[in-house]
Design a protein around this ligand. Structure first.
Ligand code: BES
Ligand code: MN
Ligand code: ZN
Length: 499
């Protein structure tokens, strides 16, 4: 789908999209169209349940007095509540509607709404951003689709005064959308295509944007003493990799320490010898989403040339059962020197992150570390798919993350850490065990495990198991890989850590 910005004009073909406020209040451009069509919009609204609320949409087909195929009325709700998200959602909904209607070209009229926060130029950019985000589709393996099964919308024209300014405003958002698509692509790929080696190779594409990419192999990790990460990967034909990305966007900064993001990149999680049940196991192709999001976030920062120094690390492994796989009861030594009793080989994400987090703080001395991981089923029991779980040893970082999440619609709910949970992870045989042995507080005990490998650096852990994959469409996120976290991390940096 192509998005163009243009001066307002009356289109002669395709669809025309206009905005309506709460209580069926037409915006000025909608009023003009209502006049040209001798009141068709007003009559259509009166003949329907369309009220102009924020989720309302109504299509008027084959209007008279105007050479367009349809006029789409989009509800924006009450003016004081129309923020960036509302504009994005409107854009996303319009794209979904026109794609299923078979429309190939559309023009949308954007203007300043009295009493709303955003200028017309900002609103146009946000609308376009939402439209683009919703237009994503992972269809490379569908070889037999008929044209009528494919999305139809080829061109979306955003009509606004000062279109060049709107286009400039859109440029950075467009880069973030590129990154979101990149993450959705790699998370959607099956595990026979994406495994540690190929995932690392995909990340190499970021070199084009100026990101320094290093890929550590097993022998490098052995030298570093990463027994926890290597143990998880030892049952697979596909050897582990440690992905290290650096974006140096603020070389002259006073404080040159980077911000750091660390992702769980389990390219497939069978559970290992503690094997998972067959039903639903295919979902575990997206157990690398934490790393996928870290790669996407680095791509967003580099894409829009963010003035920040940032490090992105991915612990990439495949968790398989085999004759060489690690066994329940094995004791491994992590890079930190701490020994770990592996009581359940399905609690593998924390083992991978233990070494990735330690390596990160040891090598880069970052301002903070945020890790993202599809870590526990327990966080899905607790929070479902609306909020991701957040754990942190730093109130300021937690606040900044929560605010960034609210701003971009990737919401975080802070969960507790406490000594009593920490003690549940003490092992009789080693320094720590990888499961508590009780089902209680399963997401919290996983976070407590990670905390022991942070060396008390400011840190937050986001358990994204419930938010990383969606079974239903949302306004700006088609069902499937959500890339939850890419926009959030980009926003965190934009709001607090750029020069
Ligand atoms: N990748 C899973 C967590 C998961 C489960 C993510 C379902 C998304 C959907 C993780 O590696 C895992 O298996 N966790 C176990 C931990 C348990 C053995 C302590 C879990 O949550 O059951
Ligand atoms: Mn597992
Ligand atoms: Zn896992």
């Amino acid at each position: 789908m192509k998005i163009v910005f243009a001066e307002p004009s009356v289109p002669r073909s395709g669809s025309l999209v206009v905005m309506v406020l709460d209580d069926r209040k037409l915006t000025p451009s909608a009023q003009r169209i209502d006049k040209i069509t001798s009141g068709m919009l007003t009559r259509a609204m009166n003949a329907s349940r369309f009220k102009g609320r924020k989720d309302d949409m109504l299509a008027v087909l084959a209007p008279s007095g105007l050479d367009v195929a349809r006029i789409v009325l989009v509800g924006l709700g009450k003016p004081d509540a129309i923020d960036a998200t509302a504009w994005q959602n409107a854009g996303g909904r319009v794209v979904a509607h026109l794609n299923s209607a078979g429309e190939s070209a559309a023009q949308v009229e954007i203007e300043k709404i009295d009493g709303a926060k955003l200028s017309a130029v900002e609103a146009a950019a946000e609308f376009a951003y939402g439209a683009r985000l919703r237009s994503y589709r992972f269809d490379k393996y569908r070889t037999k689709e008929k044209p009528e099964q494919k999305p139809s919308l080829a061109t979306l024209t955003v009509a606004v005064n000062r279109p060049t300014d709107a286009k400039k405003n859109f440029a950075d958002l467009d880069k973030v959308a590129d990154a979101v698509f990149f993450t959705r692509d790699i998370v959607s790929e099956p595990a026979n295509v994406i495994y540690p080696e190929t995932l690392a190779e995909r990340a190499r594409e970021l070199e084009e944007l100026g990101v320094v990419v290093e890929i550590l192999k097993p022998k490098d990790m052995k030298k570093l003493g990463m027994g926890a990460l290597l143990g998880v990967g030892q049952g697979s034909e596909h050897a582990p990799r440690l992905l290290v990305m650096q974006w140096k966007g603020a070389p002259a900064a006073k404080d040159k320490r980077p911000v750091a993001f660390v992702g769980k990149g389990v390219t497939f999680d069978t559970g290992g010898i503690s094997i998972k049940p067959a039903g639903g196991m295919e979902d575990m192709k997206w157990d690398m989403a934490g790393a996928g999001v870290v790669i996407g976030a680095m791509r967003a920062l580099a894409g829009r040339k963010a003035k920040v120094n940032a490090v992105g690390i991915g612990g990439l492994v495949e968790n398989m059962p085999s004759g060489t796989a690690q066994r329940p009861g094995d004791i491994v030594t992590s890079m930190s020197g701490q020994t770990i009793e592996v009581l359940n080989t399905d609690a593998e994400g924390r083992l991978v992150l233990a070494d990735a987090l330690w390596y990160c703080q040891d090598r880069f001395k970052p301002r903070f570390m945020v890790d993202l991981a599809t870590l526990t089923g327990a966080i899905i029991v607790a929070l479902g798919s609306e909020y991701a779980g957040m754990y942190s040893n730093d109130d300021n970082l937690a606040k900044q993350l929560a605010a960034a999440g609210d701003a971009v619609g990737e919401k975080l709910w802070r969960m507790p850490l406490h000594d009593t949970y920490d003690r549940m992870m003490n092992s009789d045989a080693a320094d720590i065990k990888n499961i508590s042995g009780s089902r209680d507080a399963g997401s919290i005990t996983a976070a407590q495990f990670l905390k022991r490998f942070t060396n008390d650096v400011p840190w937050a852990h986001l358990d994204i198991a419930g938010t990383t994959w969606s079974k239903k469409d949302a306004p700006t996120t088609p069902k499937g890989a959500t890339s939850f976290g890419v926009r959030l991390l980009d926003r965190l940096v934009a709001d607090h850590y750029e020069e």
